[in-house]
Design a protein around this ligand. Sequence first.
Ligand code: 8YV
Length: 333
Amino acid sequence: MAGKKKPLVVITRKLPDPVETRMRELFDARLNVEDRPMTQPELVAAVKEADVLVPTVTDQIDAALIAQAGDNLKLIANFGNGVDKIDVAAAAKRGITVTNTPNVLTEDTADMTMALMLAVPRRLAEGANVLTGDKKWAGWSPTWMLGRRIWGKRLGIVGMGRIGTAVARRAKAFGLSIHYHNRHRVLPEVEDGLEATYWESLDQMLARMDIISVNCPSTPATFHLLSARRLALLQPTAYVVNTARGDIIDEEALVKLIQDGKIAGAGLDVYEHEPALNGKLLKLAAKNKVVLLPHMGSATLEGRIDMGEKVIINIRAFVDGHRPPDRVLPLRT
Ligand code: 8YV
């Protein structure tokens, strides 16, 4: 990246127009206007040539890919918060910096978490389908479309980081009592403000909650954190919501427990093998036991523009020789 030459920035997916316009002004930006996900060979070609790669959650930036990077590649500026698809340690070994886009998608993702938290117990999708379905609506009845009340129930948040805390703030206003499990207890003032109860034991928390919300990152330590054994601790009336990453939950086990009536239902935005979907989940959706969204927790125009802005700031800072604000360090093992 020597001299005044603009850095070659390869962006793997189509980004909002204002972001792409700014990137073209600032960088030698190679855009993906058709938004066709790049194949692995195309990604290899990109990392061989680029000074900066801007991937998203749909790209697998593993050690094998990083090993093929050209000497120019010095920065992977992820368009997204979660870096579970990037081998950050392999990048660090090759002297490649990794950045992400925290904070700007917190509130949107928390909103969608609340939407999913309401969707299954209050039969939202099912109710909406009544009016647009084949049969004519017969009208209101006192015993029809009864769901379960949210107010006064216990919410267990797994992962009390930025998004978990934003979920807790909203949930408190919905009359839920806040419980959480996290690697570290949060500051007393945060806990007090939320009237939150900390559970050191995830097992014990799971056994006592009405709703579980998964809000931790996907790391080797959180893979199947909600394992078959742990999911079996949930009450038969409990709901599970996941807007984090699919592989934090043993999806097969979750499906089985819902099928068997051992858990009441789930609201999911993320899947273990996405974009592939477990057919059994689709069957449960048809029976209104689960509400499924296609990974759209942070999908607002404002959020995507803010994410793009963060990517640009990270690239600019890096290219100008500063430490980029959202640098991601390899996990300590
Ligand atoms: C993004 C997300 O849409 O940022 C994340 O971690 O899960 C999503 O909300 C996606 O990652 C963009 O790459």
